[in-house]
Design a protein around this ligand. Structure first.
Ligand SMILES: Cc1cc2nc3c(=O)[nH]c(=O)nc-3n(C[C@H](O)[C@H](O)[C@H](O)COP(=O)(O)OP(=O)(O)OC[C@H]3O[C@@H](n4cnc5c(N)ncnc54)[C@H](O)[C@@H]3O)c2cc1C
Length: 486
């Protein structure tokens, strides 16, 4: 009797590592594009993880803040489920050895971020993501039940006779491809900010998970809902360094051609729209932090970022522009992280759970990565027949079940630079129907590779939603025209 294949987790950020750890007792393969934690946005998270663990706080308050930040477009049941799980997530991470910051009494030190009505950001300095992710990375690397296949990019999913998952094709650094047979794949491939010309995301965050899933027939939602951070440091670096909003909280002001033009403490999407409008009118926008007392010592990471670019945070005006930061949409999943394709799960930023609605509340995404990763592992294990061993088979044997016209390599696909430029113009902070329509036409999904296809899905979703909500602002929506300052 031949062994059934092991489940495969694709991606090793916080969501993939959590899933793999949950599957370890039964065995799984973790396939990832770089080394274990390389190329993961999880390593870059600064703020921390939101959880109602402080006095006077509750999951219900956390849920309410999440709903409000998401413009009431989030799914209340999902929000309640994930915010309720948060205290247990922190407990589990502490038990796994994550050294979160503590106060003098030994209690978890809790930060406050925009949109949160309580101090509830559990953190480790301003490098929370790296601390959590590398701790879990070390733990997973030591688990005998997890085999890690590094430097292998998943380039397509293989469909079985009835459209269910039958395997995946992976490509190594030399370009060689092989097919891995499995009937359970968990996509943990992260976000899609790299499709845009200005982003804080790792360069590898190209929405490939969304493309893989959508080509396999999985439902996606809310791809037009992309969060822009208003103050990326605009010094030609890719990805863009972030100037934290805490700077504005401390008194830094935004100037366009020397004049203030917006209340800097409004929500991220409002400030981003105001900055965008100024840039579109040809003005140069800067953040002036010179009057913030002791700015360089209070914000050492920012001071260092500025220094690396030849700027002095205490003396110079800092050029800024909005930068793509987070994808609220993705592959649609249920509470078990199941997609609409049998045998395919999605976890972390690539998934669309309904937690974020039309705008993500700060520090909710690492939380979502852990909760969705755990849910997927539990659900995969719920089918005991599924988790025993995996096998690699030569590509040609399985290639016949790959619908060739869907997965054929794409000649004549636009370059990444062209895709970024198109999406930057059409799907920026302010969008309009004609520009979106033109982008959708140019990103023809029949000729594009996964990058062009993912971009097409984003642009098509933006075109299909003429009304503005949260981070999605259509200038052909009269409500938005009135809101933008001249
Ligand atoms: C600068 C910055 C600061 C942030 N700060 C915070 C914060 O303070 N709090 C918070 O909650 N969130 C924060 N976020 C968001 C948060 O970091 C992400 O949403 C979260 O880490 C996503 O985790 P993930 O595991 O889904 O994806 P990632 O951590 O991005 O991991 C994706 C993995 O998939 C791999 N991969 C991708 N495509 C393929 C493929 N085709 N084949 C194989 N492997 C593939 C990648 O190599 C990587 O290992 C921040 C994001 C950024 C960019």
């Amino acid at each position: 009797m031949s062994a059934r294949p092991r489940p495969v987790v694709v991606g090793s950020g916080l969501a993939g590592l959590t899933t793999a750890a949950g599957l370890a007792d039964h065995g799984c393969l973790l396939v990832t594009a770089g080394s274990l934690t390389e190329g993961a946005a999880s390593m870059w998270a600064q703020g921390g993880i939101a959880a109602a663990v402080g006095p006077g706080d509750s999951p219900a308050l956390h849920a309410q803040d999440t709903l409000v930040a998401g413009a009431y477009a989030g799914d209340p049941a999902t929000i309640a489920r994930i915010t309720s799980a948060a205290p247990g997530v922190i407990e589990a991470l502490v038990a796994a050895g994550v050294p979160f910051d503590r106060d003098g009494a030994g209690e978890l030190a809790l930060g406050l971020e925009g949109g949160h009505s309580r101090h509830r950001i559990v953190h480790a300095g301003d490098h929370s993501g790296a601390t959590v992710t590398s701790t879990l990375g070390r733990l997973v690397a030591a688990l005998p039940g997890v085999e890690v296949l590094e430097r292998h990019t998943t380039v397509c999913l293989v469909a079985g006779a009835s459209g269910e998952v039958a395997g995946l094709v992976v490509r190594d650094a030399s370009g060689a491809e092989r097919v891995l047979e499995t009937d359970a794949i968990v996509l943990a491939t992260g976000g899609l900010g790299g499709l845009f010309p200005h982003t804080t995301n790792p360069r590898t965050a190209l929405g490939q998970g969304v493309a893989l899933a959508a080509r396999a027939g999985a439902r996606t939602d809310d791809l037009h809902l992309v969060q822009f951070h208003p103050t990326g440091l605009d010094v030609g670096r890719d990805p863009m360094p972030l100037l934290t909003e805490a700077l504005r909280g401390a008194g830094a002001v935004l100037l366009a051609d020397g004049r203030r033009f917006v209340d800097e403490l409004q929500p991220r999407d409002v400030v981003a729209a105001a900055v965008w409008a100024q840039l579109q009118q040809g003005r140069s926008v800067v953040l002036d932090a010179r009057s913030v007392p002791d700015v360089a010592t209070r914000f050492p990471s920012v001071a260092e970022l500025c220094r690396e670019s030849g700027l002095d945070v205490a003396a110079d005006l800092l050029p800024v522009r909005p930068t793509v930061h987070y994808a609220m949409g993705g592959v649609t999943v249920d509470a078990r992280s199941r997609t609409s394709v049998p045998g395919l799960w999605a976890v972390g930023e690539v998934s669309r759970t309904g937690l974020h609605g039309a705008n993500r509340l700060a520090s909710n995404s690492l939380l979502e990565a852990v909760v969705t990763g755990r849910a997927a592992a539990q659900d995969v294990l719920g089918d005991p027949a599924r988790v025993v061993g995996w096998s690699a088979v030569p590509a040609p044997e399985v290639a016949s079940v790959v619908p060739s016209e869907r997965y054929a390599s794409r000649r004549g696909s636009p370059s990444l630079a062209d895709v970024r430029s198109l999406l930057g113009e059409a799907c920026g902070v302010l969008r309009d129907g004609p520009t979106l329509r033109s982008a959708v036409e140019q990103l023809d999904p029949h000729t594009g590779d996964d990058v062009a296809y993912a971009a097409w899905l984003v642009a098509r979703s933006a075109l299909a939603h003429p009304h503005s909500i949260g981070a999605h602002r259509r200038t052909d929506d009269p409500a938005v025209r009135e809101e933008i300052p001249a």
